[in-house]
Design a protein around this ligand. Structure first.
Ligand code: SAM
Ligand code: SF4
Length: 481
């Protein structure tokens, strides 16, 4: 019998990348064949992002392209899954009547059944959490949670030859920053049982994975209540993974919330040699007034105190941040405070976004989007310039040093992506002066990009590289034999 062919395209953050991996695993287990070309597929799924309007527009245009094909081939199944499906709900069906399936991030375990039903009945299928279900209890026992089963179903094998993998430790978010859709699309914060996380990390390391990135929207808030008086904290989880999986070379985590980052977690990073000294801790803004409007729960001074404290524990820690420019009512002076904060903290990298009003958020309901697009653009470019200057200065300090690099593969001109939970920004990646065949790219423990010459067979290996040159986004080096 012919296997049905499935095409799955992913937009947005690391959480979505992980969700897509789990969804694909489910479909493969049900006998589907994954394909890389949309035109060959019987089932087309888009795993979507809703954090900024721009991310949604990409999906709208993909769906528009499918209109004719669906008319010619009514048996084709088209599904929109993830945050946009959850946010737009029935509107999406109205706008694109030929879409068969809507499935929110909290309902992904239902997806294979929905596709099967859509194939048999040609009827529309929808599984959304909706506003009523969005505030599940944070004490929900994740072991009983259907989504936990999806994470636990993950299949990995040494033949996959994987180097890096994501492991979720927390779902959802309870912060309700006024600009952000995530608490509505992914629901309340739920912490996974530590043993499940440890088992998953061990399974990946057993299969040859070198680097695991733990995921959570406010990852340092992790606290698993065992129900018998014991609580596993974030620091406790880091120590436990480090000890229980000694054959994992690198453990990192994103995204850190700047408030409540306790010293025990900094000590765990300092004391455990295989935990990368890398923090992605978005500041979002440098003005206390704007931070209050954003409902971030800290003042700029408290943010700086956290960064100083982290550097006291680990002078070599690499820190990255996110910023939003053009938040409603932001003045020139307040924008200047953001640039000052960036200069003061000297981040390794910053993901910079123009404010995008999101339907359903408090900011969109309460504040007019009153900073003109041209002003947003100019503040965005200015802040990028400030960050690039710092990147250049910091990267030049690396010349003459030896770094450990995890080889990702052949170097090509790509965009840099990053940022916890949906932060992706195209920063561009400088092409080295004389690009040659055999040029490899990898990352340091601090997530710095390194380009150097070497054979493709080094992919997935940890090697030492001596840094000989630096640009603002890239380090260049020679392999140490
Ligand atoms: N949980 C992480 C945190 O609190 O820092 C980040 C998650 S969020 C999905 C990723 C980034 O997208 C945020 O740090 C923020 O800078 C940006 N972002 C979120 N909503 C936005 C909006 N409405 N407009 C522009 N940028 C936004
Ligand atoms: Fe949660 Fe981060 Fe969004 Fe704030 S920005 S609501 S912490 S996901």
């Amino acid at each position: 019998m012919m296997r049905a062919k499935l095409y799955l395209e992913t937009f947005g953050c690391q959480m979505n990348v992980l969700d897509s991996e789990l969804v694909l695993g489910q479909f493969c287990a049900c006998g589907y064949e994954p394909v890389g070309e949309r035109d060959q597929a019987d089932v087309i799924l888009y795993n979507t992002c809703s954090v900024r309007e721009h991310a949604e527009q990409k999906v709208w245009s993909r769906l528009g392209e499918l209109r004719e094909r669906k008319t010619a081939d009514p048996g084709l199944v088209i599904g929109v899954i993830g945050c946009l499906a959850e946010r737009d709900g029935a509107n999406l069906f109205r706008r694109y009547p030929y879409v068969d399936i809507l499935c929110g991030p909290s309902e992904l375990d239902k997806l294979p059944g929905m596709v099967r039903n859509a194939t048999v009945t040609s009827g529309r299928q929808s599984a959304l959490m909706g506003r009523s279900g969005s505030r599940r209890s944070s004490t929900l026992d994740a072991a009983e949670d259907k989504l936990e089963m999806l994470d636990l179903s993950r299949s990995v094998s040494p033949s996959d030859e994987r180097t890096q993998a994501y492991v979720r430790i927390t779902r959802g978010c309870n912060k309700f920053c006024t600009y952000c859709v995530v608490p509505y699309t992914r629901g309340a914060e739920v912490h996974r049982p530590p043993q499940n996380v440890i088992d998953e990390v061990r399974k990946l390391a057993d299969a040859g994975v070198t680097e695991v990135t733990l995921l959570g929207q406010t990852i340092n808030h992790y606290a698993y209540d065992h129900g018998d008086g014991r609580v596993t904290t974030f620091a406790g989880l880091l120590y436990q993974i480090h000890e229980a999986v000694p054959h994992l070379a690198r453990l990192r985590f994103v995204t850190s919330f700047p408030r409540d980052f306790t010293n025990d977690a900094l000590a765990a990073m300092r004391d455990c040699p295989r935990i990368c000294r890398y923090l992605h801790a978005p500041a979002q803004h440098g003005s206390d007034r704007v931070l209050r409007l954003m409902n971030r729960g800290y003042a700029a001074g408290q943010y700086v105190e956290f960064i100083d404290r982290a550097r006291e524990y680990m002078p070599d820690v690499c820190i990255a941040s996110d910023f939003i420019v053009g938040f409603p009512t932001e003045t020139d002076e307040e924008y200047a405070q953001t640039a000052d904060l960036l200069r003061r903290c000297r981040f390794k990298n910053s993901f910079i976004f123009k404010y995008s009003p999101r339907p359903g958020t408090v900011a969109m309901d309460r504040f007019a989007d009153d900073v003109p697009e041209s002003v947003k653009r100019s503040r965005n470019n200015d802040l990028l310039g400030v960050q690039q200057e710092i990147c250049g200065e910091e990267n030049r300090k690396m010349i003459g040093k030896k770094v450990e690099v995890l080889v990702e593969g052949q170097s090509k001109l790509v965009s840099r992506k990053g940022g916890g939970g949906g932060a992706t920004v195209e920063l561009g990646w400088e092409k080295p002066a004389a690009a040659t065949q055999g040029q490899l790219v990898g990352r340091t423990r601090g997530d710095q990009v390194v380009v150097f010459d070497g054979p493709a067979s080094l992919k997935g290996k940890l090697i030492d590289v001596a840094i000989v040159d630096a640009k603002s986004l890239t380090l260049f080096g020679h392999r140490e034999e």
